[in-house]
Design a protein. Structure first.
Length: 392
């Protein structure tokens, strides 16, 4: 009797294993078919980034191992239902007590905080050397450096328990020491720390809010000795209450959390300086610093200037002959509206997309001052500044 029961149980277990094996094979076949049938995407609106495309097969790529790494990234980016699986993984991790996904911490009070980046020391030195050489070429033109701390630095109290990050303050000190007297350092760190209890960073995005940008502008005005009496009185207005940013998309956290975006507009439009924004590469001119059509899209922060472009030439009716060259990342986009009262022209260059000769800009546009404005994470990993400043 016992032998018969054991035989029956063994047979039942074998059948169960066969069923599991068949189901596994069927699921794998379904996943393969779905992935083959699903067209590759070039851009993820949810993650606000370009997706890896199928790499070309070359002998050198195989020998170096580069092709395999690119193909792994391609499969990961193009996997069918990627957005769903990212969100599912994040929820499972949260249940398990994990509070970090894809370099993003899930902090307190619905805050998502991008981890502080570790510098690419070699590239950073190359960039700083290029900046100092650039300044030596134009010694009579004042140059300023404004490096904005990231939220995980200023809002460190929002980080989850036992979270460990790089020391960004120490990074900034080394960069400032390396630049020496070549650039005047704009101390925005202390300004932001004074206002850390306010909404100076978005909860779900890596950018600072317009309020944060306003405090940054105040630090900038003090360092550059701008005559703030020229600036019109401004008020803040919410233009959307449904912003959910890139950190949410990247991590899968707080996907249902919506927050506002504000702009600052002059009280009296008649007396405020007028602007014409020339998008040089797109050959498009507008009379506003804001692209409200972006409020209908996922990346609503692109409201400011319409996003990032190689070069923008902003002309104003400000009563001055001063002209500013602004070398920047996207943190500068929400600062620029505060600067138009002080310059007849602002040339905005984003080195990530710019391939022309910046020396022609200096000469042709009669630049009177230069400002580098970046957030810390972007600057310490940037690989394009050197190429732009030493464009031959």
């Amino acid at each position: 009797m016992r032998q018969s029961r054991k035989k029956w149980e063994r047979k039942r277990e074998e059948q169960r294993n066969k069923v599991i094996a068949v189901l596994f094979i069927v699921m794998m076949v379904i996943f393969c078919v779905v992935n083959i049938a699903t067209a590759d995407r070039e851009f993820s609106a949810k993650e606000n980034r370009a997706l890896e495309q199928r790499p070309g097969l070359t002998i050198s790529g195989i020998e170096s191992g580069r092709w395999m790494k690119q193909y792994e990234s391609y499969v990961s980016d193009q996997f069918a239902g990627r957005d769903f699986w990212v969100a599912l993984k994040s929820r499972i991790d949260l249940i398990a007590g994990k509070r970090k996904a894809n370099g993003v911490f899930k902090g307190k009070d619905h805050y998502l905080l991008e981890d502080i980046a570790r510098p690419d020391e070699e590239q950073l030195k190359v960039n700083l050397d290029a900046m100092k050489k650039f300044q030596e070429t134009y010694k009579d033109i004042p140059m300023y450096m404004m490096l904005v701390p990231n939220a995980a630095n200023i809002e460190s109290d929002k980080l989850p328990y036992c979270a460990v990050t790089e020391d960004q303050d120490k990074q900034f000190q080394k960069i400032k020491a390396s630049l020496g007297t070549a650039f005047q350092w704009v101390n925005v760190e202390d300004t932001l720390k004074k206002h850390r209890a306010e909404e100076i960073y978005y909860h779900t995005d890596h950018h600072w809010t317009t309020l944060g940008a306003y405090y940054g502008y105040q630090a900038l005005a003090a360092a550059m000795k701008l005559d703030t009496s020229k600036a019109p009185a401004m008020k803040s207005y919410a233009v959307t209450n449904s912003f959910n940013g890139t950190l949410s998309a990247t991590s899968g956290y707080e996907t249902d959390y919506n927050e506002p975006i504000y702009i600052y507009a002059p009280d009296d439009l008649k007396t405020a300086p007028q602007v014409v924004v020339n998008n040089v590469n797109e050959k498009k001119k507008t009379a506003t610093l804001y692209d409200t059509s972006k409020l209908k899209e996922k990346d609503k922060y692109a409201l400011f200037l319409g996003g990032n472009y190689p070069v923008l030439d902003i002309r104003t009716t400000a009563d001055t002959t001063d002209r500013l060259l602004l070398v920047k990342d996207s943190y500068a986009n929400s600062v620029i509206p505060f600067l138009t009262a002080y310059y007849r022209e602002i040339i905005v260059v984003d080195p990530r997309y710019y391939y022309d000769d910046i020396r022609e800009v200096m000469k042709k546009n009669k630049i009177t001052s230069v400002l580098f404005l970046y957030n810390g994470n972007t600057f310490v990993q940037d690989n394009s500044i050197n190429g732009v400043l030493q464009n031959d």
